[in-house]
Each structure stands twice: as C-alpha cells, then as structure tokens.
Design a protein around this ligand. Structure first.
Ligand code: MRU
Length: 365
C-alpha cells in the first residue's frame, strides 16, 4: 500500500541486512516516524507498546525479534529465552505464539552457527507469506462486495469495520480491508463506516488514515453509532479482523466487536470476519478460554491526539482519580458470525466450516 504516495510495508529489513524497520503506529496519523529495531528487546518493546500492532504484524515482528536475538546468542538457551520473552508481550493474538513456534521448530534442529541466518530467512518468508495470504483474503472477500454491488445498481456498498484490520495491522493489504481495497481498485462504489474504536482509536488514527491514503470513500463514526446506521439500512456488510479464532469458530477481536455483531444479528446485516490461517487456534476449543489482554486504565481515562501546539499528546477526560477498566478485546460467539473470509475461501463460522477449508487440521494441532 502507499504512504504519502510511496509504496510501503509495515516491516522490512534495513539496508544493513540485519536491523529491522517499522512504522511507529503510536503517533500515526499525525507524524510518520520510522524506527529501527536492533535487539530482541527493541522488538519486544515495539510489540508491547503497540508501535506495531494487529495480529499478523505482531507475529512477523516476533519472528524478526527471534532473528535479532539469534545474532546475540543462538544457543538453545538463547533460543528458549527469546521465544519466552517475545511470547510474553501480548496475550490475545495467537499469531504471536504461532510465529514463535514456527521459528523454534525451524531453528532448534540447526547447528548454533546456522541459526541467525536461518531465522532471518524464515522471518522474511513469514512476511512474504502474510502479504500473499492477505491478498488472497481480498480476492475471496471481493466476491461478497461485488454480489451486493450487483444488487445496488451503482449506489455505494456500505461496509462497516471496527478497529484496524488494515495493512497497518499486517505486512500489506490487511485482512478486513483487503476486500475493500480490491473492490475499490476494481471500480466498485464502496464506502466504509469506520468505528473510532475507543480506547486507543485505531479506527480513527489508522483505518481512516489508510483509506484516505488509498482514496477509498469513508466516514468516521463514533463507536456507538454503528447500530443506528444498521437499523436505518445504511450498512450492507460488516467485515472485521480477529486476533484469535478458536476451533469452534468463536472470535476474539478488539473490544466492542461483540456489540457490533449483536446489532448486525438484530438488523439482519451480514457480519463477516476476515482472517489468515495463522489466526486460528486449533488447540483452544472455545472463545471463553481465550486470554483477554487488560491494558492500562490511562487508555480509557485519556484520549490521544494532536494538541494545539502540534505535538502528539493526550488529555484527561474524567475527573482525576476516576477508576477505570480496560479489557482490550472481547469474544464474539460463532453463532453471531455469518462467515469467515480466509485465504482458502469463505466458510461458515463453525467447527465444520473451518474443517471444510482446513481438512488437514483433523485434531488439535
Ligand atoms: O490492539 P490491537 O490494535 O493490536 O488490535 C488489533 C485488532 O483487534 C485487529 O482487528 C486484529 O488484530 C486483526 S488485524 C488483521
């Protein structure tokens, strides 16, 4: 995708061939800052502080984090330490565990002096794989948008999305946004309702920014407005991303996704979840067992934005001393989800649906 007219990905290997470049997503859309990760600590900090965020990007960053760790200590103990340390940074997106297990399985059988190079190769492969997987999610999801467009006689197809499951959450394309970008590029009249997504406002700061950069028509709405627009027939389709889908089809995603799914069910609006295979947790049977990250109260008590002096900062929106809670994700039961859009096709949100697309996953794996 493009940033200020220049093709960009969210993560790359720098020209020195070993340090890792990222975009600092904590200051977007007001400032474009590129950072360089040089150590496993840098990679862990980027994940924890949400300089990088979004399930697929967290996974790829962790893979590069292992590569950085292997430069310093590629022993068995060093590999164990890096995998454990990176895995502790955020609990909900299963792509983190998936990427770390992949790296461990790739590196453990190798001689110690071969591990660093192999880790970079593997991280690069996971990044490329994510790009192609997300592109293919878009190809499959485009059919849904095209079908609706065919019935609307040129009027816009209104898609609602929550949080940021766009290219900034992945390496490129995004999951929920990939069908939208591909529909727009194919000349389909598509308009996106972008939930602001409190408390960190990834919708306002990242999704709206992405869509603006790509020229996709969109409107930013308060998180509480989606149900209203659904009742009025102004939403044709909801597409969201996910941090983890369990074997029975339950979905963990950004806090507030569940309420959107309830409203969609009540109003008969199709509610789709877009995901790559790396987001399916075959080992966890149901959504109630997904660990939900609880973040700082400050994210609820304060709102970040561009201040009058031009700096990016935050303001307090409650009385000093107000207690708050900040679960970062919620769980949407499979019964509220119309279907999954994956790189292999679209399936019902159920155990059977997932197995129809991934028949090789016959048992917990
Ligand atoms: O806390 P974040 O910003 O990492 O949460 C991101 C989301 O909830 C996304 O919807 C999810 O990771 C899917 S990204 C393709």
């Amino acid at each position: 995708m493009k940033l200020d007219g220049v093709s960009s990905r969210t993560i790359w290997l720098d020209s020195d061939g070993w340090s890792v470049g990222i975009i600092d997503q904590t200051v977007l859309p007001h400032t474009l800052v590129r950072l360089t990760l040089k150590t496993v600590e840098d990679a862990a900090h980027a994940i924890k502080s949400m300089q990088v965020r979004g399930a697929p990007l967290i996974g790829v960053t962790a893979a590069y984090g292992v590569a950085l760790a292997m430069r310093a200590d590629a022993s068995d103990a060093g590999l164990d330490r890096a995998v454990r340390f990176l895995g502790e940074q955020r609990p909900t997106a299963v792509n983190l565990r998936w990427a770390l297990e992949d790296l461990r399985a790739t590196l453990a059988p190798l001689a110690v002096d071969a591990r660093a190079a192999a880790a970079y190769d593997r991280a690069g492969k996971l990044a490329e794989d994510d790009v192609e997987t997300c592109r293919q999610i878009g190809v499959n999801g485009l059919r849904l948008i095209a079908d609706i467009a065919g019935k609307k006689g040129g009027r816009p197809v209104n898609v609602l999305t929550h949080c940021n499951a766009g290219w900034l959450a992945c390496v490129d394309w995004g999951t929920a946004t990939s069908p939208i970008y591909q529909a727009h590029d194919a000349g389909i009249n598509v308009h996106v309702w972008v939930d602001e997504t409190r408390p960190r406002n990834q919708g306002a700061a990242l999704t709206a920014f992405e869509l603006l950069q790509h020229g996709v028509p969109h409107s930013l709405i308060a998180d509480n407005a989606g149900g209203h627009f659904m009742q009025r027939g102004d939403v044709d389709l909801v597409i969201v991303g996910t941090d983890r889908v369990t074997a029975n089809g339950d979905v963990a995603n950004k806090i507030g996704t569940y309420l959107k799914a309830l409203a969609a069910k009540d109003t008969g609006v199709p509610f789709y979840v877009a995901l790559p295979y790396s987001t399916i947790d075959w080992r966890t049977d149901r959504g109630a067992d997904i660990p939900i990250e609880e973040r700082s109260e400050d994210e609820v008590l304060r709102v970040q934005g561009k201040l009058a002096n031009g700096d990016v900062g935050s303001v307090l929106i409650a009385a000093d001393g107000t207690p708050a809670r900040n679960p970062a994700f919620d769980m949407t039961p499979a019964r509220l989800v119309t279907g999954f859009i994956t790189e292999r096709g679209i399936c019902p949100a159920s155990r059977e649906g997932l197995k129809s697309l991934y028949p090789e996953k016959t048992s917990a794996a």
